[in-house]
Design a protein around this ligand. Structure first.
Ligand code: ATP
Length: 360
């Protein structure tokens, strides 16, 4: 049996004259945690609503467990959605909120009581049965919303920015809890966020979305370490981007010539012509700053502009000779460098990633 639970094939959707989804293809395996990551307005929620059946695509098909559900009503699909605003019934207590859909399905009382109890245990809210929603914290409300969704035993759980309303600390805590819960349940999660850190922390795979298309789909490590495009490199982890010309520098290594000096970059099998214009992404934390000369003459000439700490990370903002900025970061410790110092920006060849190459 195939382990594919959900398949989107060439989904297109417009609202009026505005094309919102531009031919989306996605295959999700059973038990996978997949995140749609992208900026506001790129089409994440519309994709989720099409999977849920709350929106009809103009073209393309939706398959759930091998069955074409494109024209099926939302309540006939084995999916449930958890929204950012929880959407709990304010006049019902926790127990009644969770039991609601089971009652609608005319499930017997004993089964309902047992299922609600188990769901509350799973989200660690046993003892909260009689509380009303306005007597719960944001994190607790979110857990009730999740409990309410999982009692239906959906094949796929859709989560639209479920942690968006929580403060940062609670958000981090809930990320870990939610990921654990997902593994324990074995339910497929399709998760929406515009927060790249959240996507990297939680997902088995990330689909990076831009203007109604997936720009790259891969594991967090693939998307982070091997971005295919400058958009992905910048959106996930704010990489530095450098443009220059490539010259062969030996076995699978090219010399990236820029107006500020040159750096060495691994080709990873890509065929690059001598003199070809390329763009290279270099992660902030991959950068080493050298005062003085390097042994092989590599390095981009730059001047330290400013230093600041953010969340235990030291960021050094550098200025290249044309005024463009380049950022280096490292954990913790201060650096003896100060504003106005001249340095060379260097990195290891395998830490430079050639992006925006046309597929061969
Ligand atoms: P956000 O992170 O802000 O929720 P998103 O990536 O989820 O954004 P969507 O909600 O899918 O984006 O919206 C994509 C585009 O479609 C937006 O420009 C939005 O204004 C538009 N849109 C969404 N729903 C409708 C609708 N019912 N009618 C008209 N336009 C819509």
């Amino acid at each position: 049996m195939s382990d594919v639970i959900l398949e989107l094939v060439q989904i297109e959707k417009s609202f009026g004259d505005v094309r919102v989804l531009n031919g989306i293809d996605l295959t999700v395996r059973k038990g996978e945690f997949i995140t749609l990551l992208g900026p506001s307005g790129c089409g994440k929620t519309t994709t989720l609503r099409i999977i849920a059946g709350l929106e009809t695509p103009d073209r393309g098909r939706v398959f759930l467990a091998g069955k074409d559900v494109t024209d099926l009503e939302p309540n006939k699909r084995n999916v449930n959605t958890v929204f950012q605003n929880y959407a709990l019934f304010p006049h019902m207590n926790v127990e009644a909120n969770i039991a609601y859909s089971l009652k609608l399905k005319k499930t017997d009382k004993q089964t309902i009581a047992k299922t609600v109890k188990e769901a509350l245990e799973l989200v660690q809210l046993s003892g909260y049965e009689k509380r009303m929603p306005d007597e719960l914290s944001g994190g607790q409300k979110q857990r009730v919303a999740i409990a309410r969704a999982i009692v239906n035993q959906p094949a796929v759980l859709l989560l639209d920015e479920p942690l968006g309303a929580l403060d940062l600390q609670l958000r981090h805590q809930m990320q870990i809890e939610l990921k654990r819960l997902q593994k324990r349940l074995g339910v497929t999660f399709i998760y929406i966020t515009h927060d790249q850190e959240e996507a990297l922390n939680m997902s088995d795979r990330i689909a990076v979305m831009r203007d109604g298309k997936f720009e790259q789909i891969g594991t967090p490590a693939e998307v982070y370490d091997r971005p295919k495009t400058s958009y992905v490199a910048r959106f996930v982890g704010s990489a530095n981007l450098l443009q220059g010309k490539a010259y062969n520098a030996g076995d699978s290594i090219i010399r990236l010539e820029t107006p500020y000096g040159f750096g060495l970059v691994s080709t990873r099998g890509a065929k690059i012509r001598d003199g070809q214009a390329i763009t290279v992404a270099v992660r902030r934390e991959s950068v080493t700053l050298v005062a003085g000369e390097t042994a092989d003459g590599s390095g981009l000439r730059a001047i330290v502009k400013e230093k600041h700490y953010a969340g235990g990370v030291l960021q050094i903002i550098l200025s290249l000779s044309d005024g463009s900025e380049f950022v280096s970061s490292k954990q913790g410790l201060d650096s003896p460098l100060k504003a106005g110092d001249h340095v060379l920006i260097t990195w290891l060849p395998e830490q430079g990633v050639i992006v925006d190459l046309e597929e061969a």
